[in-house]
Design a protein. Structure first.
Length: 236
């Protein structure tokens, strides 16, 4: 197995990012630094270290759904000392990590796993995995503005992919709606609404693909069912 592929399967980073780490000289195999991403390794007998930490492909795969609350970061560690999503997942011995991110002020469905291959697949833009959000805006959103958002708006120097929006309730002071996107740009939903002059006051992810948050309470987690895991693995 090529070492970059092994690193991705072990959850270190995507294959491309793993190749960059190898070229930077932070990867050792059996005590010797390697710099070629095409280097082959045998996970059964070789000892592989990344930045001084021994890595391996976990024997037991874990798949978790967390209802992330506002006020924590979607990382395993935080230099600023803020709470992370791992603070809400207790009793798990294996090293797990989030699949993608939700920003500090957004709540809702976040998947965590130790299955690096699946995580990298779901985060890759080519698979176009949909995410559905419940959004509250502190003013009226017109049909023209919805059409603009659905067709795509320019944020971070690039136009967003088409979105699907459904208005649930609208008054002059407040609009409730759902939006479905498949991209994962930083603060994308909030920035999209900012382009039409709207301020998002509440944002919650309620589904990823066909995986729904359901009645899971805020700050709680559960293991995915076998059917849910099979669905995620079936995504092409």
């Amino acid at each position: 197995m090529r070492i970059a592929k092994f690193m991705a399967a072990a959850g270190v980073a995507s294959r491309r990012k793993s190749e960059e780490l190898i070229k930077k000289g932070v990867v050792r195999v059996n005590g010797r630094f390697v710099y070629d991403p095409a280097t082959n390794v045998n996970p059964e007998i070789d000892e592989i270290y990344v930045s001084g930490r021994k890595i391996r492909i976990p024997d037991e795969k874990i798949y978790i759904m967390l209802n992330k609350p506002v006020g924590c970061v979607s990382t395993c560690h935080d230099d600023k000392g803020r709470r992370t999503v791992l603070d809400y997942v207790k009793g798990i011995d294996q090293r797990i990590y989030p699949i993608g991110r939700l920003d500090f002020t957004t709540e809702g469905l976040l998947l965590l796993t130790n299955d690096g291959e699946l995580a990298n697949k779901l985060m890759h833009p080519s698979h176009e995995v949909t995410k559905r959000y419940y959004v509250v805006v502190d003013s009226y959103v017109s049909q023209d503005e919805i059409t603009q958002l659905e067709r795509g708006v320019v944020i971070e120097g690039g136009k967003t992919a088409p979105a699907r929006i459904k208005v649930m309730n609208a008054t002059p002071e407040r609009t409730e709606l759902t939006i479905i996107i498949h991209e994962g740009r930083n603060r994308q939903v909030r920035r999209m609404f900012e382009t039409v002059g709207k301020n998002v006051v509440f944002l919650k992810r309620i589904s990823v693909g066909d995986i729904n948050l359901g009645p899971l309470k805020k700050g709680k987690y559960r293991m995915l069912t076998n059917e849910e895991v099979a669905y995620l693995k079936s995504i092409k």
